[in-house]
Design a binder for this molecule. Structure first.
Ligand code: FE2
Length: 365
């Protein structure tokens, strides 16, 4: 194995959701999550089959797209999956090469390299299929100075709530169907040149009732981390199986967004109506024994429901929202890293028991 990175990636470029009503979804991400209005495309810009709103917070860019016509892959996606992630776009220096390198290694093409231009320059886009109906689009924007992509105009509504301190995408998790975890981790290894960071099996991630398996794949510079989960057999239905049932297949489960001040961020999100998973009070009685001394006041963390975990390199603070749509599918993680590079394994059991309580209420456990 040579160490040459055949697919250098600068970061996550954007995450595009196909949704039932992009105007209302945009309002939700502005109001509840503090995303800032960025760009728009729709009827007013000459697009007749769809509308897209682009929102940004720190380096995190979300695109919310809805169909304006029934006969559309967007409306079909929403019919099948509900609101969900269609595109995980990756920022590269050479989108043609990214397409060649990945398709030569077996990736299924989604978008042949295409140049898009406007008065602000040009971008090159290309794309490949990943799990389920999800795709990666490679975005080359070194010759572009516009607000987002050619075809979009600046979106400047009067209503602009403040941000909540979210900075960048820390990782994005895919849930895949039974028996497919290794297929997709091998895809990331062989087709995209990623390495496996960590593996969790059902001994690590199980409760009395449910289990799952997970492997974390990372690109060469570590900017992109994709854990892949699959359900494992337990006494009852795991959250991954519930996701796959309601999403009708594999898809993005959660986007973890980093903050440098989780107390502020979570306090704001709660004020704005974002709902989080809760752990029992008993979690905080034993947490100090498990994680040792930390800078934050445990009592303050308890009030906000923030969870703590430690690894060899430091600790992390994290918290998970409930699903943000009616199907129990996509949710968010808020994470602050204090040296730790791991994913909160010490919190898995408490979290999964919390999710099981939610599943029991939904009748899907
Ligand atoms: Fe996560």
């Amino acid at each position: 194995m040579d160490n040459h990175d055949f697919l250098p990636i600068n970061g996550t470029d954007y995450v595009e959701f196909y949704v039932g009503n992009a105007k209302q979804a945009a309002h939700y991400y502005q109001t509840a999550f503090g995303f800032q209005p960025c760009a728009y495309a729709g009827l007013e810009t000459g697009i007749t089959d769809r509308t897209s709103y682009v929102l940004q917070q720190g380096k995190i860019r979300f695109v919310l797209t809805t169909a304006l016509v029934p006969d559309s892959h967007i409306s079909e996606h929403v019919k099948q999956h509900g609101d969900g992630v269609k595109v995980v776009a990756l920022w590269v220096d050479d989108a043609r090469k990214a397409f060649q390198e990945t398709t030569a290694r077996g990736a299924k093409p989604y978008l042949q390299p295409i140049v898009k231009k406007d008065g602000d320059g040009e971008v090159v886009l290309s794309g490949i299929h990943i799990y389920g109906e999800t795709v990666h689009i490679f975005v080359e924007r070194k010759n572009y100075n516009g607000i987002f992509l050619p075809g979009y105009v600046k979106w400047e509504p009067e209503y602009q709530p403040t941000d909540v301190g979210l900075k960048y995408v820390d990782h994005m998790v895919g849930n895949v169907d039974w028996g497919q975890m290794n297929i997709w981790t091998e895809f990331y290894a062989n087709v995209m040149g990623f390495k496996q960071l960590i593996s969790f099996d059902d001994n690590d991630i199980s409760t009395e009732y449910t289990a799952l398996m997970s492997k974390v794949m990372s690109n060469n510079n570590g900017f992109i981390k994709f854990p892949i989960n699959e359900p494992a057999k337990g006494k009852k239905k795991s959250q991954i199986e519930e996701y796959v049932d309601y999403y009708r297949g594999s898809g993005v489960q959660h986007v973890a967004m980093a903050t440098e001040n989780i107390m502020y961020t979570v306090g704001e999100l709660r004020k704005r109506g974002v709902e989080f998973l809760t752990v029992p009070e008993s979690y905080y009685e034993t947490v100090s024994e498990r994680v040792g001394i930390i800078e934050e006041d445990i009592n303050e963390l308890r009030k906000l429901g923030v969870l703590i975990d430690r690894d060899e390199e430091g600790y992390l603070l994290q918290l998970f929202t409930k699903p943000v749509e009616d199907r129990p599918t996509v949710f968010y993680e808020i994470i602050q890293r204090k040296g730790a590079k791991s994913f909160g394994k010490g919190n898995f059991k408490a979290l999964f028991e919390s999710i099981e309580r939610e599943q029991a209420r939904r009748g899907t456990l």
